[in-house]
Design a binder for this molecule. Structure first.
Ligand code: PEP
Ligand code: MN
Length: 262
């Protein structure tokens, strides 16, 4: 993952869009895949706003075992249907090594969640697929540890790693996490891998998401991943930090405008 071994920026082509390329990467979708119709509606709207990929969790890492855990394979099928209809690439989380082959069958990008950033057997398993991996930073992990986790994936022969800063734990309580924008220029200095920001998990409140998406791009991020829903108050998970389809349309315009002057 280190610059000295690979001076040129890594570019990863996914369904015609190049992550780390000339256009900022826009990934949006619900925290969890819910109903098929609801997902298709979100997919159509974000596509119109210029998104490149649809996100949505089918296997969810919930803090409580009694919270909704995701639709599992059924959710992956809905995501594949949305790709079929819109052409959007699909990003979804995989939580266990044993499920990597199944999730890889459906998605274009395998997401490794913050809680699994140092699940080394899982990192090796996604490394063996050769599929693009969105590697989220653990909320208590250093940049050094994060880059080492990228190394675990790459050491299996998979160079297609996209880093994602999603906020770290600090003493602050007004926000869910603290989006560590310092990480963006630091990672770009140390590594050739593309880096996205996730302001949704980074701040935890919908009202701050667009501001921090803009800030992430201004700091040099190659794109953003955000949680969107037709009616955030009805979302099955992370509704508080989820923006509306209209807000996403605005966010996408602003992100493109800022990226253009970078
Ligand atoms: C998510 O993307 O919905 C998610 C669970 O993210 P993180 O792993 O960053 O908490
Ligand atoms: Mn979420």
């Amino acid at each position: 993952a280190s610059r000295p071994f690979h001076p040129d920026d890594t570019r990863i082509e996914i369904r015609g869009h190049v992550v780390g390329g000339p256009e900022p990467t826009l990934i949006a979708g619900p925290c969890s895949v819910e109903t098929r119709e609801g997902l298709l509606e979100i997919a159509r709207a974000i596509k119109r706003s210029g998104a490149h990929m649809l996100r949505g969790g089918a296997f969810k890492p919930r803090s409580s075992p009694y919270s909704f855990q995701g639709l599992g394979e059924e959710g992956l099928k809905y995501l594949a249907d949305a790709r079929e209809e819109t052409g959007l690439a699909i990003v979804s989380e995989v939580m266990e090594p044993g499920l990597v082959p199944l999730v890889a069958e459906y998605v274009d990008v395998l997401q490794i969640g913050a809680r699994n950033m140092q699940n080394f057997p899982l990192l090796k398993a996604v490394g063996r697929t050769g599929k693009p991996v969105l590697l989220k930073r653990g909320f208590s992990n250093t940049i050094e540890e994060w880059l080492m986790s990228a190394e675990y994936i790459m050491a299996e022969g998979n160079p297609n790693v996209i880093l994602c800063e999603r906020g770290i734990r600090t003493f602050e309580t007004y926000t869910r996490n603290t989006l560590d924008l310092n990480a963006v220029p630091v990672v770009k200095h140390l590594s050739h891998l593309p880096i996205l920001v996730d302001p949704s998990h980074g701040v935890g409140h919908a009202r701050y998401v667009t501001d921090m998406a803009r800030a992430g791009i201004a700091a040099g991020a190659h794109g953003v991943i955000v949680e969107v829903h037709k009616d955030p108050s009805q979302a099955w998970s992370d509704g508080n930090q989820t923006i509306t389809l209209e807000e996403f349309d605005q966010l996408a315009r602003q992100v493109r405008a800022i990226h253009q002057v970078m």
